[in-house]
Design a binder for this molecule. Sequence first.
Ligand code: C5P
Length: 208
Amino acid sequence: MNCLISAGPTREWIDPVRFLSNPSSGKMGYALARAAVDRGMQVTLVSGPTALKAPAGAEVLFVETAREMQEAMSQRFAKADLIIMSAAVSDHRPETRSKQKQKKEQMRMTLDLVANPDILMELGKQKKNGQTLVGFAAETENLLPNARRKLREKNLDWIVANDVSEKDRGFQSDFNKISLLSKEQNEMDFEYQEKNSLARKIMDILCP
Ligand code: C5P
């Protein structure tokens, strides 16, 4: 079984010394990659910049921007049976990326942004029979309604919903509290626990 997982943040460069990003540590995606390797899957991990050790036994492709992540994911998508998009993709990027460091005295105080591609939405459109597509919904409010809407709009089979408004879970933490929702409208709540242990439980359900 071929498993393709994305993890971590993306970086959207303003100039060679500045970027837009988010606090994603990549821990959940890396834990999922390790759990998939442990189950004997062929694992490709497409990772944004993180401080984590590459999971042993997985092929790891490092990317920085959302567009690089999209290219890496779509190149490997057709061969994958299970695709998990756990990366925190930056929704926007600066319209222009300056080649030289901008002098602070000369910088404009407004940043013109353009939308990044929604990688998961695009993968959802290409999904074939036999492929299982899983997304994440990181929310600070209305967690389950938002997760259900994303599951439907992005043509997913499963979505992992997690609340990122608390300090002791989600972004950066080794712990998380999640619900797993399926397109058949199954909804499972998991106890607050380590991401490593959650990753194994998620894999048990996705690939029984
Ligand atoms: O719509 P929202 O960003 O909350 O959706 C989250 C899900 O979509 C995550 O699985 C994330 O990896 C994915 N995503 C994406 N490309 C984007 C934004 C989010 O693949 N530009």
